[in-house]
Design a protein around this ligand. Sequence first.
Ligand code: SAH
Length: 362
Amino acid sequence: MTTTPLGAEIRRQIAAEGPMTVAQYMALCLNHPQFGYYLVRDPIGRAGDFITSPEISQMFGELVGLWTASVWQMIGAPARLRMIELGPGHGTLMRDALRAMKTVPGLKAALSVDLIEVSPVLRERQRAVLFGTGVAVEWHDTVASVPDGPAVVVANEFFDALPVHQAVHQADGWHERLVTLDADGDLAFATDTNVLAQTPPNAPLGAPSGAIFEWRDDAGARELGQRVMRSRGAALIVDYGHTSTAAGETLQAVRGHAFAGPLEAPGRTDLTAHVDFEAFGRSVEAAGAKAFGPVGQGTFLRRLGIHERAAVLRKGAMPHQIRDIDAAVLRLTEPGKRGMGDLFKVMAFGHPDLGSLPGFGD
Ligand code: SAH
């Protein structure tokens, strides 16, 4: 087992206070103020651990920008619009979105940007990338401190990085899965002997013994639902995940573009788990919002016009650039293992009065 400073700290904490939940472990690994994965490194790109859609092609951010512009028009083109991004990474999506939105008359003058970012390293990077766009940008630790008012919220690969709980099914019900120490003092998974006092929300009945169920605290989703109800606006969530709530383990560890063990090298390994879009939809609808989707990323980008945008970019491009554009379209839209077209899904929600949101129409 690789020892990291955070691994040593987690072992000390378990030795002193007992086992912790998988959600507590994941939160420490990703967001520990000193050693957390997102706090100390830039994980995105070739030199990092993973690559994301906005980093694959400018078309992704541009289409999200045009989606935002459509929502702005649907809500009556208010004089002020906040574009809020959760977990903006390198700031690439926002840069490309802002460039596309400049073509919409009146929108740039109305726009300001709020970025929710935990990482000081990435905040600096976002500042550099968005400097010179002519749009005011503010940073926040959570969306709660963003003032109310007409807003469009966007998030790509944000919710998969929020901690998940895991439970294991046994004859008497669901038991929380824990991280503890084995006989050698190494980190190991264990199952709480007590049955969970409260069955996890919507956990399937009659799951086989040993089945794992994952769920997230839904406070963040409910808060976004309440925001789109209070303020005019809508939200767009893109992430990898499943359409309906079901048993199954999706907690995944990635280091240097390869799979790793989730208990290996805490703080140096990216940990994510699928977004349960059914649960997400339930949470925002509990606040009164209307949810659309999820649809596959491929379908969504096609409906927004990725092929038309690619055709424009191809004009006047060099042959190697044309190859890159075509490869990017495939990677972003192709279903199955080769592309991100159906594993990645898109959900949107807004005030029910808005009706159907762009990309989800019949
Ligand atoms: N959206 C970007 C980056 C995805 S990586 C892209 O598509 O390229 C996840 C992003 O969320 C990073 O910017 C990370 O620092 C941020 N993040 C992770 N957990 C967070 C939290 N709890 N609060 C705020 N930001 C967080």
